[in-house]
Design a binder for this molecule. Structure first.
Ligand code: ZN
Length: 343
C-alpha cells in the first residue's frame, strides 16, 4: 500500500469513555471486570476506529483502550514481575511519583499481550494500522528493579520480550509498530549509549514499518511544570537523534507545535520519516486546520515533504473525550489543507 502525501496519524492513546474507565487519569480504574471488561474494551476500540476513520486519518490505531497505562499494560503479561506489591517510585528522573510493579525474577513472556486488540483493529479497518508498545528504556524507568541490578541489562531483557510480541503483531497484520520512549528525552546520554541499541533489539527482524515516539510527556501538571524549567530552547532531541538516524528504525515521532524544540533539530533525522507533532495535547484549545497546515509548512523547511507525517505531540489518554475528537478532526483537516497548499 502506498501512502498519500502528509499521511496523518495519532501518537497513540485516546481517552477512554466514562463507561469503560475513570476519566481524566493516567492510571484510571476500570468500570467492569472479567468478560464484561473485555467486551467493553473491544467496544471502545471499535468506537475510536470509527472516529479516526470519520475524521479522515490515514493510519489507524486502537487508541490503547485495552491498557490501563501505556507501560504497565504490557507488563501485566510478563512473568517475573510482581504486580501485587507495587511500590511508590519517582519516575522520569523524579519528575513525578508513580506506583510501580517490581521485577523480582528473570523475565519471560509466556504468551501474547495484544493479540485481541490487534486482530480487532485489523478486522475493522482497511486503512494502514499502527500498534504502539512501550520502549525498553521507558519500561525500565517505570518499574522497580529488584533482580537485574543494571538498567541496560534490564532494558535488553525487556527488548527481547517486546520483540517477541512485535513479531506476533506483525503476523496479525499490523503495518507500523511504534515504540514509545519518552525516557529518551530525560536520560539523553543513556539513550544514545544503550537506549537506541535496546530499541533496535526490540525491532529486530521486523519487516513492517518501525517507529519510535519521543516526547515531553502527557499534558499532566507535573509535565507542564517540568517543561517550564527547560528554558527557551529544548535541545534534548539533539543528543538522541544522531543515534536514531544511524539506527534501523524507520520513523521518529517528535513534539513540535507549542513546544520550544528548535525546528532545525529535525534535520538530524536525515533519511527517516518524521512524524511532526502538529497537535498540542497539553491544551484543550482545539487547533484550526490553518494552524496545523502552518506547522506543516514550517516543518517543510527542514523535512522533505514525502517524509513528513503530521501527528499529535503525544497521546491523548487523560484528555476530555470531546476535545480529543475535535483535535482528531483538526489533524486530518489540517493535513488535507497542507496537501492543497504544498502538494
Ligand atoms: Zn508521548
Amino acid at each position: 500500500m502506498s501512502r498519500c502525501l502528509f499521511s496523518s496519524t495519532l501518537a497513540g492513546s485516546l481517552p477512554k469513555p466514562a463507561w469503560l474507565a475513570e476519566t481524566g487519569k493516567l492510571w484510571p480504574r476500570w468500570k467492569a471486570e472479567g468478560a464484561e471488561l473485555a467486551q467493553a474494551k473491544a467496544d471502545a476500540t471499535l468506537l475510536w476506529i470509527k472516529a479516526q476513520e470519520d475524521a479522515g486519518l490515514d493510519v489507524i490505531g486502537d487508541g490503547e483502550q485495552s491498557r490501563q497505562h501505556f507501560v504497565h499494560g504490557f507488563l501485566e503479561q510478563v512473568e517475573g514481575i510482581d504486580f501485587e506489591h507495587k511500590v511508590k517510585m519517582g519516575i522520569r528522573d523524579n519528575r513525578y511519583d508513580a506506583m510501580v510493579p517490581q521485577v523480582v525474577s528473570a523475565l519471560r513472556l509466556p504468551g501474547r499481550v495484544h493479540a485481541a486488540e490487534a486482530r480487532l483493529l485489523r478486522a475493522h479497518t482497511r486503512r494502514r494500522i499502527k500498534f504502539t508498545l512501550p520502549g525498553p528504556m521507558t519500561i525500565v524507568d517505570t518499574v522497580a528493579d529488584r533482580f537485574y541490578g543494571d538498567r541496560a541489562a534490564l532494558a535488553m531483557a525487556f527488548a527481547e520480550l517486546l520483540n517477541q510480541e512485535a513479531l506476533a503483531l506483525q503476523a496479525d497484520g499490523v503495518d507500523i509498530i511504534q515504540f514509545d520512549e519518552p525516557a529518551f528525552n530525560v536520560y539523553m546520554k543513556d539513550a544514545a549509549d544503550w537506549g537506541v541499541k535496546a530499541l533496535e533489539r526490540a525491532a529486530q527482524g521486523l519487516t513492517c514499518t518501525t517507529a519510535v515516539h519521543i516526547c515531553y510527556g502527557y499534558g499532566i501538571q507535573a509535565n507542564v511544570d517540568w517543561k517550564a524549567t527547560l528554558g527557551e530552547e529544548w535541545r534534548q532531541y539533539e543528543q538522541v537523534f544522531p543515534a536514531l538516524a544511524r539506527s534501523r528504525i524507520d520513523q521518529v515521532s517528535l513534539e513540535c507545535f507549542h513546544s520550544h524544540v528548535p525546528p532545525d533539530l529535525m534535520r538530524l533525522l536525515d533519511g527517516k520519516d518524521v512524524m511532526v507533532g502538529v497537535i498540542d495535547v497539553a491544551s484543550d484549545a482545539v487547533e484550526t486546520p490553518e494552524q496545523v497546515a502552518d506547522t506543516i509548512g514550517m516543518a517543510l523547511q527542514h523535512v522533505p515533504r514525502e517524509r513528513l507525517l503530521p501527528c499529535t505531540n503525544c497521546g491523548m489518554a487523560p484528555m476530555d473525550r470531546e476535545v480529543a475528537l475535535r483535535k482528531l478532526q483538526a489533524l486530518a483537516d489540517g493535513a488535507a489543507l497542507a496537501r492543497k497548499r504544498y502538494g
